[in-house]
Design a protein around this ligand. Structure first.
Ligand code: SF4
Ligand code: SF4
Length: 396
């Protein structure tokens, strides 16, 4: 039986957050269950990008600070780190407000530069990983995810948070190789099974909805969630925001690969009542992730789609039905970051005829829909466009 603790927390006031997390950890059996004197404990927040805390891109400094203090008390040697989508860990930690807290608490930023190859024989899809040295050296990892909508995997929470254990540019290789949400989700589960964080403290005091995981809007949920089961924590979060957990690859494969459970009858909730945090109008796509491609859905819809595919050709069919990244030219500052981050060669987004005075343009015939450009754009100028046919067929 998995245990997920829901704790009410109305603000990022340091005192309130720390009290809520202490209460949650006590309900799970106390902090000594998760760290012992002398152990190396790595705190792994979400440091996706260099945004200030109020943007809700990253784990809030108040949550991080509380975790620092609580785990320091165990006598463990506590460090922290993450590998952001772009930029150095230090600069992102500074902008996100974690650096100052870490200095105050005497917690060092650990080594997320050095790459260590690790074999993972039990991996169901990925048998080896390149991990940050800090992760390999740690006796235990405490994962501090943020609840956010996500263009590729629909949500980012417990399971997805471990992707930052893969250093810098190596993340792009996974995007280039694993070109759909299902393959990518399987890799994330393999990775989480390898890293095996001892505890997850999910920050949903303010979550992010809409155009996440960087350019969405803060959504107040007054909630901190704690568990040692990342699948159960993600599935419970999904139920709170009215998303079917069976639509999330990291949750479905998480169950299948023994990473945790999403079944309601196998999850014991404790702490504050579930109903206090229900958020049915959370802005998120509740449709399936391109499931029609594998032929699921009603028979009539599948037959119609097969006919359309033959008639128009596979490429055009994909463009007519699969959600795609789109640029809002009015928001674009022509910085070119989206081009740098695109993992395909040649690039699937580029300047038109080299003209940097105009926004870049996507080549949707080449694009693998990893949505790295959407996730990384600092201006929120890239959004996910759902084609009309997809909207129609998605219902069936
Ligand atoms: S879309 Fe975003 S990342 Fe790309 S050039 Fe414009 S502002 Fe920069
Ligand atoms: S254009 Fe964007 S979504 Fe398409 S492959 Fe490049 S980064 Fe990924």
């Amino acid at each position: 039986m998995a245990e997920v603790v829901l704790v009410h927390c109305t603000s990022y006031d340091n005192h309130e957050v720390e009290g809520a997390i202490r209460r949650g950890i006590d309900l799970l059996g106390g902090v000594k269950r998760f760290a012992k004197k002398g152990e190396r404990i790595l705190l792994k927040p979400n440091l996706l990008a260099a945004d200030p805390p109020e943007k809700c891109t990253t784990t809030h400094p108040a949550v991080f600070g509380a975790a620092c203090r609580i785990f320091k008390e165990t006598g463990a040697r506590v460090s922290y780190g993450d590998s952001p989508g772009r930029g150095s860990s230090a600069s992102v930690a500074a902008q996100a407000g974690l650096h100052d807290v870490a200095v105050e608490e005497g917690i060092p930023l650990d080594d997320f530069q050095t790459v260590v190859e690790v074999s993972h024989k039990e991996g169901r899809q990925n048998k080896k990983f390149s991990l940050a040295k800090a992760v390999v050296d740690a006796d235990g990892v405490i994962s501090l995810p943020k609840l956010k909508s996500h263009a590729l995997e629909k949500i980012t929470g417990g399971v997805k948070n471990q992707f930052g254990c893969v250093p810098g540019f190596l993340k792009a290789e996974f995007h280039a190789k694993l070109t759909n949400a299902f393959e990518f989700g399987r890799m994330l589960v393999d990775l989480t099974n390898l890293v095996r964080p001892r505890l997850y403290i999910l920050d949903a005091v303010y979550a992010m909805e809409g155009n996440g995981s960087r350019s969405g809007n803060p959504r107040k949920m007054n909630l901190l969630m704690l568990s040692d089961d990342p699948v159960a924590i993600d599935a419970t979060a999904c139920r709170l925001i009215d998303v079917d957990p069976e639509l999330i690859p990291t949750i479905v494969y998480g169950q299948e690969f023994g990473c945790g459970t999403y079944l309601e009858e196998e999850i014991q909730l404790s702490g504050d009542p579930f109903q206090e945090f229900v958020c049915p109008d959370f802005d998120i796509d509740r449709g399936p992730i391109e499931k029609y491609v594998s032929g699921s859905g009603s028979k009539l819809a599948v037959v119609l789609l097969a006919i359309i595919k033959i008639k128009v050709g596979a490429r055009l069919f994909d463009n007519l039905l699969i959600s795609k990244p789109q640029i809002d030219a009015s928001k674009c500052l022509k910085c070119g970051i989206c081009i740098q981050i695109c993992p395909t060669q040649p690039k699937s987004i580029d300047w038109v005829d080299g003209d940097k005075s105009q926004p870049p343009r996507h080549d949707h015939n080449r694009c693998i829909r990893c949505f790295c450009c959407q996730e990384t754009c600092p201006e929120g100028a890239i959004f996910v466009k759902k084609p009309l046919l997809r909207k129609i067929f998605g219902k069936y």
